[in-house]
Design a binder for this molecule. Structure first.
Ligand code: NDP
Ligand code: 2IT
Length: 444
């Protein structure tokens, strides 16, 4: 049996009932086949893939807090520190009722390769809780965040592990988490990223994931003889990544006609009004029905359906496995040119293969959404030198990083005989640096 298959079987056996983790590992191991086959005995002897697929540490803890009715609530807290071969652990905190250990492990595993692709010195981690910030008062969110950090602070630090935002964790949550970390440790340090600008946050971090996605898409299209100008773009989600993806796509001359949330989606043939979307989602924390009710050109539909709209470029920016093979068939049938992931693993394994088989330009999230964590790493640099860079300086660095990521995944795909397969390219390019660092540091 090939070494990659042995390791995949082992992962499935040792991590039962964690389908998203299995899926992420499968995609990576399949992609690594050409690399591993060149030196299989060596990698097997070193147990490199067993070490890579086993987290360094998995921390699980109880989070008790009191709601506005005086009722004690109990949630599960997680931090999975997956791999620190190339730098301190780095990755977001997800607050969503669907969070469980398997979800955090899939995200932490993906983060290893994503962080490597940025070329910055950051290892892979992820954390979060099944707490749902939706519908909670600010005081309840603060009570949760303080309780969560009371446990988490024992395991993190500016040179150890630096969490950040993800689904359900935005500026408000990072602020409360930071306040509690400082209160517990008496240290004013860059232990979280995505902080407010008045206490060490970086300009352009809010925009970074969405903007970075579009910088990569523009480079991808340029390399294939075209550009975003006058293209139709469909986006799913209406959170941090989606909003700034829409904004940058429009700045680059595209027309973005959709967005969605967990209850419905909007088709706005006149083009999404980003200012209104920000007001509804960022300020008022309302549903998309509010957007539609204030925008004459917009149609609101319950359920899911973004991928039924004819488009040139599809950008899934909501959550994992939101684009399935039926969606992929519709996109291909409607002549889609490129699908680039803003979310983490939004495309199912089957849908990814379908898109690749039909020669759609497909870029996986670990490459195309790396702009967020890249600017987080730039926030860490600014905190270390106790300086803040201008928006233009950070944005220029972000753009350079995304262009560089595109070329490194393109080059890796070519080098291993899979030109145009950016899944293989991203996994191999991300892996090589981590594997090199792991081998150099001995058996740990
Ligand atoms: P937000 O919480 O800001 O927004 C998430 C969006 O996705 C919301 O519109 C939300 O709808 C929707 N959504 C969430 N869960 C589901 C679900 N189960 N079904 C349908 N819709 C859902 O999160 P982000 O924008 O930060 O994150 C979006 C994706 O991007 C995630 O996969 C995240 O891991 C990834 N990512 C985020 C980065 C960042 O810097 N923030 C960096 C790189 C990747 P609703 O409001 O109704 O819940
Ligand atoms: O998935 C991701 O890359 C993030 N949620 C951002 C992580 C970070 O540390 O900025």
């Amino acid at each position: 049996m090939a070494y990659v298959d042995e390791v995949y079987d082992r992962v499935v056996k040792q991590n039962p009932v964690q389908p998203e983790f299995h899926q992420a590992v499968k995609e990576v191991l399949e992609s690594l086949r050409p690399v591993i086959e060149r030196n299989e005995d060596h990698y097997r002897k070193e147990a490199l893939l067993e070490r890579l697929t086993t987290p360094d540490r998995q921390i699980m803890f109880r989070v008790s807090w009191v709601d506005d009715h005086g009722q004690v609530q109990v949630n599960n807290g997680y931090r999975v520190q997956f791999n620190d071969a190339i730098g301190p652990y780095k990755g977001g905190l997800r607050l969503h009722p669907t969070v469980n250990l398997g979800i955090i492990k899939f995200l932490g595993f993906e983060q290893i390769f994503k962080n490597s692709l940025t070329t910055l010195p950051i290892g892979g981690a992820k954390g979060g809780s099944d707490f749902d910030p939706k519908g909670k008062s600010d005081r309840e969110v603060m009570a949760f965040c303080q309780s969560f950090m009371t446990e988490l602070h024992k395991y993190i630090g500016a040179d150890i592990d630096v969490p950040a935002g993800d689904i359900g964790t935005g500026g408000r949550e990072i602020g409360y988490l930071y306040g509690q970390y400082k209160r517990l440790t008496n240290r004013y340090e860059g232990v979280l990223t995505g902080k407010g600008l008045s206490f060490g946050g970086s300009l352009a971090r809010t925009e970074a994931t969405g903007y970075g996605l579009l910088y990569l898409v523009e480079e991808l299209l340029k390399d294939h003889g075209t550009h975003l100008k006058n293209k139709t773009v469909t986006v799913s989600g209406s959170g941090n990544v989606a909003i700034y993806a829409i904004e940058k796509a429009q700045q680059l001359g595209a027309k973005v006609v959709t967005c969605s949330d967990s209850t419905g989606w909007v088709y706005d043939p006149a083009g999404i009004d980003v200012a209104l979307l920000k007001e509804v989602k960022e300020n008022r924390r309302q549903r998309l029905t509010e957007y539609a009710s204030q925008r004459e050109s917009a149609e609101y539909h319950e359920g899911r359906g973004v991928w039924s709209i004819k488009t040139d470029v599809a950008l899934p920016c909501a959550t994992q496995n939101e684009l399935n093979v039926e969606d992929a068939k519709q996109l291909v049938g409607n002549g889609v040119l490129a699908v680039c992931e803003g979310a983490n693993m939004p495309t199912t394994y089957e849908a990814t293969n379908y898109l690749k088989e039909h020669d759609i330009l497909f870029v996986p999230g670990k490459a195309s959404n790396a702009g967020g964590v890249a600017v987080s790493a730039l926030e860490m640099s600014q905190n270390s030198e106790r300086l803040s860079w201008s928006f233009a300086e950070v944005d220029t660095k972000l753009k350079d990083i995304m262009i560089n990521i595109y070329h490194s995944i393109d080059d890796a795909a070519k080098e291993y005989g899979h030109e145009g397969d950016y899944v293989i390219g991203a996994n191999i390019a991300g892996f090589l640096k981590v594997a090199d660092a792991m081998e150099a540091q001995g058996i740990v």
